[in-house]
Design a protein around this ligand. Sequence first.
Ligand SMILES: [Zn+2]
Ligand SMILES: [Zn+2]
Length: 395
Amino acid sequence: MKFKNFPIYRIEWVTSSFLIGTALLSLTVVPWFLWTQFHLAADAANKVHGWAFIWALFVFYYYATGFGITLGYHRLFSHISFKAKWPVKLFVLLFGAASFENSALDWSADHRIHHKHVDEDEDPYDISKGFFYAHIGWLLFRLKPKPPVTNVKDLEADPLVMWQHRYVQWIGAFVGFVMPAALGYAYASLMGYANPGMTALAAFLIAGLLRTVVVQQGTFCINSLCHMIGRQPYSTDHSARDSGAVALLTFGEGYHNYHHEFQHDYRNGVKPWQFDPTKWIIWTLSKVGMTEDLRRVPDSRIMAAELKEKSRTLGRDIDSLAARLDVRSRELKAKTIAAAHELAKELALRAEVLKEAATTKAEVAHETMVELRGLLNQAASHLETLRRADAGSAA
Ligand SMILES: [Zn+2]
Ligand SMILES: [Zn+2]
């Protein structure tokens, strides 16, 4: 984008001031406050007491507002991947508001468009417009006027969602900023500290301000990093990627390639070893009757997607690797190359059969799934052999 064409008249002034203001304060005032507190004498009038409580409050708010977004705004409201009883809904609406990412209704409307038009011009956080735009730029200024909201009729029928939508800024300010300060004050008074106002201020800065910025940047990473770095085991039809590292920052939302392929699954990290605390909480809540109707994509459909993708990448990688081998190694590896091509064909065929079975809801035997997993491993080892030969011939 040329700078002279920068849409100044499309800057979202309130959102921009809030996002930039809170980030700047977190980078300047918060460290300065911590630094001066660290160097104050233990009996100074302005000394903050109760740091353990303040940091515990930070951790609680970090998880409560983070799950407000991932469990509430994202998996419950945007994708209806499970049903929740009203206490769960109320919790995620209160703490979702306190993450200052708009109302659940507006968030879901944008997010449903993101899935429908991923990587296209209509995508609100379209990655093809660059990292900065997908991360935060789309919130700072609008390239086009906002389209009318038409895709959240189901949520508009929910009185709790509409109540939050109407008062979201007030709820956010109260739960996100006033409450941490009030809790800090109450705790300090209870403990008989000399200056409870200072504990309240510290709680506001750490559990309110700093926490807001940390959770927001985490969410923004899903729209930016998760469409740029990581693997694509389920589909290369869109830019979404699986990244375990980003999952650590985002309560399990980093498995974004899976999520874009199967958006109605309440799981994002579908493998048992993947870090997806949002999934674990939804499942745990279902065991105590607070959530129900958890939607899962059948294993056979997931396997079909993996086989199809592996067949595609195997064919492509084998050719490019083989072309790079010197003549002698190529002869040596001819058998591997031929076998890999055979395997790629086989994988594509099996993917079709599985997909067929999934549509007719036919049971797929456990042994078949194990056999297919073996084929996937075989594909990986063929690739490994050729990569090693390639590295050998380059040396
Ligand atoms: Zn996405
Ligand atoms: Zn989604």
